[in-house]
Design a protein around this ligand. Structure first.
Ligand code: ARG
Length: 386
């Protein structure tokens, strides 16, 4: 962002903050920011601005169905941490704080922002907890194919961990500054709450050895507030069952479990018209919800979350705000038309503060160090060292 754009974005944000929180005249704060911008090319959010900005970024997440509780987001302000190891340790603390006793609370940890000539840290993982994917000789992947790129990168960086099971938790890949080689840190096991899957009726289900982690914590989206980019700001909510049961474990380019489950369930898989995929999908999703409930770990079902989202829209509109939303992300990936969110359209306008995906963040999450280096135009590419 050019300095003039930062100034404009800062002013918009500060005005919104003052009006929504009824803080009175924003002029003194605007003048203060102008002075800081002129002297340093950037400015520093107050703790109150950071909390408000992070909450509104969630409120503005057009793909998120779970925004009813946006005001409850807790913010850990760790802008002062600089070392890769400290950042990794703070991420582990984040996971512990996010799920005390299985009760999940929405939480964000904010590390140092980018400043002119002084970019902040980056977490390469797309989520704090993700599973490794080990590509076999024949191309088959043990684990999560989505994690294959980062698994390979972690190995190139010297990661030795990983027992080779389908559910090995990836190490955190943390980069203190862009031209420095990223470092791997194993998450301490006590920071990683997982739920083994069982089924309300089929007693053989646990033999399948399926599991999923309790906390979805996106780690590579940039939190953008008033023209300032926080490139490392991991945040979490709780899961909606279909994210696990209808996508992570079911997608053909992920764990692709439906054919195997259909076989175990004795379904006729000779024709799509028997709806074996649909039937296996329902059992898998029942298993996810049932197992989390049994383990006392917060999880939402898609029917409840759809109702909540419409409540959210109602509340926001009553306050004179429109809710932007992306239909293709809001509608659950199974039984869409049985939920009310399916039967309407949404305003697709995007607003800031927001969480954004930079293209280089996607490349990093796939473990592509070269693409990243080119994008960031680093003079001394560290990838020669790997
Ligand atoms: N869909 C992603 C996953 O399955 C998580 C995205 C965020 N989800 C959430 N409930 N906050 O891991």
């Amino acid at each position: 962002m050019r300095p003039a754009e930062v100034a404009r974005a800062a002013a918009d944000f500060v005005r919104r903050h003052h009006s929504e929180e009824q803080l009175g005249d924003p002029a003194p704060r605007l003048a203060e920011i102008d002075t800081e911008l002129a002297a340093t090319g950037t400015y520093t959010h107050t703790p109150q601005e950071l909390v408000f900005g992070a909450r509104v970024a969630w409120r503005n997440a057009n793909r998120c169905i779970g925004r009813l509780y946006w005001r409850s987001l807790r913010v850990r302000d760790l802008r002062g941490l600089t070392g890769a190891q400290e950042i990794a340790a703070a991420c582990a603390d984040h996971l512990r704080e996010a799920a005390p006793g299985g009760r999940i609370r929405p939480l964000i940890t904010v590390f140092a922002p980018d400043a002119p000539g002084r970019p902040g840290p980056r977490i390469w993982n797309e989520q704090l907890i993700r599973y490794a994917g080990y590509v076999q000789r024949d191309g088959h992947v043990v684990g999560d194919p989505r994690g294959a790129g980062l698994t390979a990168l972690a190995r190139r960086l010297g990661w030795h961990g990983g027992a080779g099971t389908p559910f090995d938790v990836l190490p955190l890949v943390v980069q203190r500054v862009p031209h420095e080689k990223p470092r791997c840190f194993d998450l301490p096991p006590d920071a990683v709450l997982e739920v083994p899957l069982q089924h309300p009726e089929f007693t053989w289900w646990p033999e399948l050895g399926l599991r999923w982690h309790a906390v979805p914590a996106l780690a590579n989206m940039c939190l953008e507030i008033g023209g300032i980019c926080y490139g490392a700001a991991p945040f979490n909510g709780w899961y909606m069952g279909t994210e696990i049961g209808a996508r992570n474990l079911a997608d053909t380019d992920r764990y692709n479990l439906l054919p195997y489950l259909a076989h175990r369930l004795g379904l006729d898989t000779s024709s799509d018209r028997s709806l074996w995929k649909d039937r296996a999908l329902v059992e898998l999703n029942r298993s996810v919800l049932h197992s989390f409930d049994r383990a006392g770990v917060t999880i939402a079902d898609h029917h409840t979350e759809s109702h909540r989202f419409l409540t959210h829209i109602g509340r926001e509109e009553a306050r004179g705000r429109t809710v932007g939303a992306d239909w293709s992300w809001i509608v659950p990936p199974m039984s869409g038309s049985t939920t009310a969110v399916f039967h309407r359209t949404y305003d697709t306008t995007e607003s800031t503060p927001s969480f954004v995906h930079h293209p280089d963040a996607h490349a990093r999450a796939r473990g592509e160090e070269r693409a990243v280096t080119r994008h960031d135009r680093q003079p001394t590419p560290w990838h020669d060292l790997v």
